[in-house]
Design a protein around this ligand. Structure first.
Ligand code: ZN
Length: 754
């Protein structure tokens, strides 16, 4: 059924006789612009000139066609040219696709939107040369073969995107280099799209969104302006109105009508301050805080006469949309044509029990999706059901995914991404963007090194995903091959062999892959499956090939992931340490207090900060993200001693902290018993600096066994080096998304002397 529609999509480029751009005597073509060419078309001309010069060392003139050169490349959105090619123009109506047509000595690159012409220029270069914008890195991220002359042979085609919004939200905001990488790979949305003044948006014809990001108390009803006068506008938790702080911006009391009237005033003020955007964001804060006041917890009478009780899973979402609907109705009246955007995330990822206004756009964030499998897989049933619920409610959906939030392991999520994009497209979704790691040598954010290392191993997948957002019906394996050939040339097969191994290992390890999944387990699995040597051999073969400077740098970045890899190194070391511990226990001191959980103390509830409670175990704090689940103690039947337990907690840890110094090495292990599948536990090491900020590292945080067992005690262990800047170690025993009981016992932490 889809096939016929798709055939028109895939109107393949037709190879014509060469259109000469640069010859032995220099420039053979002029780039021609209309006098009133819009900014993105002017930028398209500058980009075409720039890249042709990079490739050939020859600069093409940009003018009005009077240069006297034999050929012209005419970049245009003019109706006259669109009318000349009615079939192609019709195909391009309402999208930022492009047409390319050759008429004698004039090559037209045209679109119905200026951004379409810019996309057309990038594709003209991509299809007629071997250029690839492989990663944002300025020094070696764009690769092409130098040549002294250039003819375009692909000069007649038309193409349009499946997704009308495509792009990446970069961690800690984009840089120009990251922005350009995305635009050259056909994105029309970026982190810059959420900025009020960013000249590159207009220059490149990007989509824009006003007031993006969590903001109901950060931007609209701020505590500074409202809390003292109207504490009742804010969330009531445990009988008290909570003041949002910089560290934790709690939510509003969404049922308070006076608050909503003030919210509308703030909304008007903010629309006035940022006129001209198509979308204005009203976003819940980034947490599950829920006002428990009487009015918020009161039954909700639904339009069909049914009553929704406060313990229903969609109650809080319904309460929130009763609030947003009011803002949207106001906006519809006062600002016809604009949309109010809001998240389908956390408690609103569950659709409400009421209709949502038709000027509301849902930014649906499937944050618990396991990207090892497409959204349609039974493994992603919960996410799928929520998405289905939303699809039944509205077609105004932007999927905000997490596909680019990877860690330092080559994560081949592109295959699931292709399937997800196809599924969503076929269900009528036309807008999507995803979060991605940053890749910037000049960055100063805490994830700078993590971002670069992640890109070192993942730029192939990020590139393939970018191409898929344009057209998810492309074969991801073929896209990978294009990337390998253009980036690694003679070493393409060797690199492919390496990536095949990492892909095999990733699938073999059984661990679900979320936005925050650490890489340790995948590298450990590579050791367990005894594939490290084979992986090294593949990359050594790649290194032995004759490569250009840039290809070699791209290769060495990938090699670093394997050769400069503490997880693999420690796998070797750990064996030595364990045998030393066995043979010379007197040399090692367990640094943890109450490490066998024998010393109890009474539970004290409700201690600040909000979600901390003091544990029953001396020196161990119990922390949980959500207001349910219990901590306590149980018995370790193997020696009839006490053990720590947690039951039915979604996200919680036992925690002990210790002062540490940069560079110190530690070995840690504990015993863990899981009651029911598919619960998971972890032993985690994290670090803080002097200012209590978390220190971000690329490796070694979550430790758990290769094969998780149930109903029996298992050893969890790991080895780590205290990272730069860290002064405090936080050791955590805990879980995410667990239904049953999890026991911990005999936790050990040893400092290892060199
Ligand atoms: Zn309330």
């Amino acid at each position: 059924m889809r096939t016929s529609a798709l055939l028109t999509f895939l109107l393949m480029p037709v190879v014509a006789i060469g259109f000469e751009v640069v010859g032995t005597s220099g420039a053979r073509a002029e780039i021609v612009l209309d006098a009133d060419a819009p900014a993105p078309v002017v930028h398209a001309a500058a980009e075409l000139r720039h890249w042709v010069k990079e490739i050939t060392d020859v600069e093409l003139p940009i003018g009005d066609g009077k240069s006297g050169l034999p050929n012209k490349i005419c970049l245009t959105v003019s109706q006259e040219v669109l009318d000349k090619y009615p079939q192609k123009s019709q195909f391009l109506a309402g999208n930022d696709g492009f047409g390319v047509s050759l008429d004698g000595s004039v090559l037209y690159v045209f679109g119905t939107q200026p951004k379409g012409v810019l996309n057309g220029v990038y594709e003209l270069l991509f299809l007629n040369t071997d250029i690839i914008w492989a990663r944002p890195n300025l020094e070696f991220g764009t690769l092409f073969t130098k040549r002294s002359n250039l003819s375009f042979t692909v000069t007649d085609w038309v193409d349009k995107p499946c997704y009308l919004m495509r792009g990446w939200q970069t961690r800690y905001g984009a840089t120009d280099v990251e922005f350009n990488w995305a635009v050259r790979n056909l994105s029309n949305w970026s982190s810059y799209s959420t900025m009020k003044t960013q000249p590159l948006n207009d220059k490149c014809g990007m989509l824009k969104e006003a007031y993006f990001g969590h903001n109901v108390t950060g931007l609209y009803i701020t505590p500074e302006k409202y809390f003292d006068k109207h504490p009742e506008y804010f969330c009531e938790i445990n009988g008290k109105r909570v003041r949002p702080t910089g560290a934790h911006r709690s939510q509003l009391c969404f049922s308070n009508q006076d608050m909503i009237q003030d919210f509308i005033k703030e909304f008007d003020r903010l629309v006035d301050a940022w006129p001209g955007s198509e979308m204005y964001g009203v976003f819940a804060e980034d947490n599950y805080d829920r006002c428990r006041c009487k009015s918020c917890e009161a039954d909700i009478l639904l339009p069909d006469g049914k009553v929704l009780k406060s313990d229903s899973s969609n109650f809080y979402s319904t309460r929130f949309f009763l609030f947003v609907n009011q803002i949207a109705r106001h906006a519809k009246q006062k600002y016809p044509g604009i949309k109010v955007s809001t998240y389908g995330y956390f408690f609103t990822e569950i659709p409400p029990a009421i209709p949502v206004e038709d000027n509301i756009v849902i930014l649906l964030c499937p944050i618990t999706k396991n990207v090892k499998y497409p959204v349609t897989s039974p493994k992603n049933k919960t996410t799928f059901n929520k998405m289905q619920g939303w699809l039944e409610k509205t077609s105004n959906i932007i999927i905000c995914d997490y596909y680019g939030l990877t860690r330092v392991y080559p994560r081949p999520a592109d295959l699931s991404v292709a399937a997800d994009y196809r599924y969503q497209y076929e269900r009528g979704i036309r807008y999507t963007h995803s979060e991605i790691m940053s890749d910037g040598v000049n960055r100063t954010d805490p994830e700078r090194d993590l971002g670069i290392k992640t890109w070192d191993g993942n730029s192939i997948y990020y590139w393939v995903m970018s191409r898929l957002a344009w057209n998810p019906y492309q074969n991801p394996y073929e896209l990978r091959q294009i990337y390998l050939n253009r980036v690694f040339s003679e070493a393409a097969d060797d690199v492919k062999r390496y990536l095949d191994i990492t892909e095999y290992v990733w699938h073999k390890n059984g661990e679900p892959s979320f936005w925050s999944t650490e890489p340790d387990h995948s590298w450990n699995t590579m050791c367990i499956l005894d594939l490290v040597d084979e992986a090294k051999e593949a990359l050594n073969r790649a290194k032995s090939r004759k490569l250009s400077d840039k290809s070699r740098k791209m290769l060495m970045a990938l090699v670093k992931g394997l050769e400069d890899n503490p997880v693999l190194e420690f796998n070797q070391l750990r064996k030595e340490i364990e045998s030393n511990l066995q043979s010379h226990p007197e040399k090692y001191v367990n640094l943890l207090k109450n490490s066998r959980f024998e010393e109890l103390r009474p539970i004290v509830e409700g201690k600040a900060p909000l979600d901390w409670t003091v544990s029953v175990f001396e020196h161990w704090n119990f922390w949980k993200d959500f207001s349910y689940g219990t901590a306590g103690y149980s018995t370790n039947e193997t020696d009839n001693s006490k053990a720590a337990s947690m039951t039915g907690v979604e996200h919680a840890f036992y925690i002990q902290t210790l002062p540490v110094k940069e560079g110190e090495k530690y070995f840690t292990r504990c015993k863990t018993k899981l009651e029911q599948s598919p619960d998971r536990a972890q032993l985690t090491a994290r670090w803080q600096d002097d200012g209590h900020r978390w220190v971000c590292v690329a490796y070694n945080r979550d430790f758990y066994p290769h094969e998780v067992k149930y109903g029996e005690w298992q050893e969890y262990k790991g080895f780590f080096v205290v990272p730069k800047g860290a002064t405090k170690l936080t050791l955590l025993l805990g879980t995410r998304n667990a239904k049953g009981t999890i026991l911990f016992d005999d936790v050990e932490l040893y400092r290892i002397q060199d």
